[in-house]
Ligand binder design. Structure first.
Ligand SMILES: NC(=O)c1ccc[n+]([C@@H]2O[C@H](COP(=O)([O-])OP(=O)(O)OC[C@H]3O[C@@H](n4cnc5c(N)ncnc54)[C@H](O)[C@@H]3O)[C@@H](O)[C@H]2O)c1
Length: 256
């Protein structure tokens, strides 16, 4: 529980409702925690959360409400928004962090695996962004942030063409949505993290992790909180006029 005064900057999201997909762990959970610490009511929606008639606090993050969603499934995304809007009337901040990562050389990628990565990472970001924009457009207010990746700018460095292509799609969808949403004063941005210490990278071999760290001028992977702080800025009033931006959080690995 945060007892800070509402006038203090760390309660800047008091009275705001935030949805974070992929919010049960990793970067999504760090974002959910960072928003909740600043006063937001946060719904972490994730495919790993058991379906329930009502939203329940996450056992490992008691200040955050958990909800089940499969972002690749249109009906599931529609049901999630219906539940949130029924309970809270509006959602002010939407962050799409749900994603899957796969490693395979291009000859090894099956069509089904290609489709699955696209379905979660790109179609999921589209479905969530579309539903977010529909209700933000009506209120002429709102903030959307998508999780891209350095791979979406450079191509997959470690045999991940499907992942990289999905993230390039996220970058372009973010810019397209930003253009459509700007006249309604809804801003839409993305963060593009480099390798970040989560379960996603924990499964990499020691050789791949060492090679990846060596490619980062900062010399180490990001922490999930580093990415979360960039998202907090993008959804704050300080970023009011900032839209269509793909913000690198990568320790200098890619500069463009
Ligand atoms: N970790 C990194 O190095 C890194 C780097 C760049 C970008 N990213 C991106 O950041 C985002 C978060 O990554 P992370 O490292 O926290 O990964 P993670 O694997 O730790 O967490 C991802 C979360 O997404 C959820 N998820 C997966 N499929 C889903 C679906 N269909 N519907 C709803 N939820 C689903 C998972 O259950 C999990 O809780 C992803 O989009 C990822 O591509 C991560």
């Amino acid at each position: 529980m945060n007892n800070a005064s509402p006038d203090m900057p760390d309660m800047e999201f008091q009275h705001k409702v935030a949805l974070v997909t992929g919010g049960a762990k990793g970067i999504g959970l760090a974002i959910a925690n960072a928003l909740a610490a600043r006063g937001a009511t946060v719904i972490a929606a994730d495919v790993s959360i058991a379906a329930s008639a009502d939203m329940q606090s996450l056992p490992h993050a008691p200040g955050i409400l958990g909800a089940r969603v499969d972002v690749s499934d249109e009906a599931s995304v529609l049901a999630l928004f219906a539940t949130i809007l029924d309970r809270f009337a509006a959602v002010d901040i939407v962050v799409s962090s749900a994603g899957i990562f796969r490693t395979a050389t291009i000859p090894e990628i099956s069509a089904a695996e290609w489709d699955r990565v696209m379905a979660v990472n790109l179609r999921g970001t589209f479905l969530v962004g579309r539903e977010a924009f529909k209700q933000m457009r009506e209120r002429r207010a709102g903030r959307i942030v998508n999780l891209a990746s350095t791979a979406g700018k450079t191509g997959g460095a470690t045999a991940q063409a499907h992942y990289a292509a999905s993230k390039a799609g996220v970058i372009c969808f973010t810019k397209s949505l930003a253009r459509e949403a700007a006249p309604y004063h809804v801003n839409v941005n993305a963060v593009a993290p480099g390798p970040t210490e989560t379960d996603l990278t924990a499964s990499w071999s020691p050789a791949v992790r060492a090679a990846s760290a060596a490619a980062i001028p900062w010399g180490e992977f990001a922490q999930p909180q580093d990415v979360a702080e960039a998202v907090v800025f993008l959804v704050s009033d300080r970023a009011r006029y900032l839209t269509g931006e793909i913000l690198d959080v990568n320790g200098g690995m890619v500069m463009d």
